[in-house]
Design a protein around this ligand. Structure first.
Ligand code: ATP
Ligand code: MG
Length: 166
């Protein structure tokens, strides 16, 4: 479905143009903590998405990356940054609390979220994504919704509609 390369180097912001050349979209999976590579990734991106699980530990841990992204915004005016709630369990108090806690950061929360779903691990076990194993399932729907939400933010909404139909 897509090409994957490993490039854990702090030169991604310089290399991205040549790497991205022939693709519509590039997704960079950042490292878990803030290192030079993360700084380079932020400089390479149009949109930074910070996934946060509904737990105070994740909310506290986000501070480090929020600081880094804000630093990147100083020299990259058009950089957009969002929180994304991931592994959400519907209708729990902690789910509501995490929204309140994130409101303390100067970064908006995406309107879509990703639920805690076994389908993600199961599809990975088959070397596939949920779009392949359960294309009509709730997990695939969430992923398509996330893609659409992000593309909307840099004017590519129509492309997503086209691809979703295909
Ligand atoms: N939405 C979800 N529902 C259920 N399980 C999930 C979900 N997202 C992630 N997981 C599980 O959590 C584990 C860690 O996921 P993942 O590797 O995506 O996290 P990560 O934050 O990128 O970790 P790392 O910091 O190591 O890169 C995996 O076992 C994965 O299957
Ligand atoms: Mg990871």
């Amino acid at each position: 479905m897509f090409t994957v390369i490993g490039k854990p180097k702090a030169t991604i912001h310089r290399d991205i143009e040549a790497l991205a050349g022939q693709y519509d979209d590039v997704v960079i999976d950042g490292p878990p903590r803030v290192y030079d590579v993360t700084r380079s990734v932020a400089a390479a991106c149009d949109i930074v998405v910070i996934p946060v699980q509904p737990s105070p530990y994740d909310v506290w841990a986000a501070k480090e990356i929020v600081d880094l992204v804000q630093e990147a915004m100083h020299f990259k005016e058009n950089l957009q940054t969002f929180f994304l709630i991931s592994r959400k369990v519907s209708n729990t108090a902690i789910g509501r609390d995490v929204k309140d806690a994130l409101a303390g950061y100067p970064i908006p929360l995406l309107e879509v979220s990703i639920g805690h779903r076994i389908a993600f691990a199961e599809s990975a076990g088959h070397g596939q994504t949920v779009l392949e194993t359960l294309p009509k399932g709730a997990a695939a729907k969430e992923i398509r919704g996330l893609a659409q939400s992000l593309r909307k933010r840099y004017g590519k909404e129509s492309v997503v509609r086209h691809k979703t139909r295909a």
